[in-house]
Design a protein around this ligand. Structure first.
Ligand SMILES: [Ca+2]
Ligand SMILES: [Ca+2]
Length: 99
């Protein structure tokens, strides 16, 4: 059995997308015999993780809903400069896809 060891940071990241939601790089992998080797990774966060904590849960829904209901720019989920039903639909789709 193989496990990926958490190094606690993206110190081995080679590139990060402009929005910071996609990271590519390499990490040390430890196999069942304790042997380590480098393996490439690609990490993409779910856009519905609006608080960016790496988990998709009610906290994200509540934070988005509060921004959406108040018309706050953070509720502009599709980044078209308007806060409307399209944003709610896009958020709901991303949220459901990530659950
Ligand atoms: Ca979250
Ligand atoms: Ca929008």
């Amino acid at each position: 059995m193989m496990e990926i060891r958490t190094v606690g940071s993206f110190a081995s990241a080679l590139a990060v997308s402009g929005d910071g939601r996609t990271v590519v790089g390499s990490d040390t992998v430890i196999d069942g015999n304790g042997n380590g080797y480098e393996q490439a990774f690609r990490w993409v966060s779910n856009l519905a993780d609006v608080n960016g904590d790496g988990f998709l849960n009610a906290d994200d829904f509540d934070q988005f809903a509060a921004a959406f209901e108040s018309g706050d720019p953070a509720g502009d989920f599709n980044h078209d400069s308007f806060v409307n039903g399209d944003d709610y639909d896009a958020f709901a789709e991303a949220f459901e896809a990530g659950c």
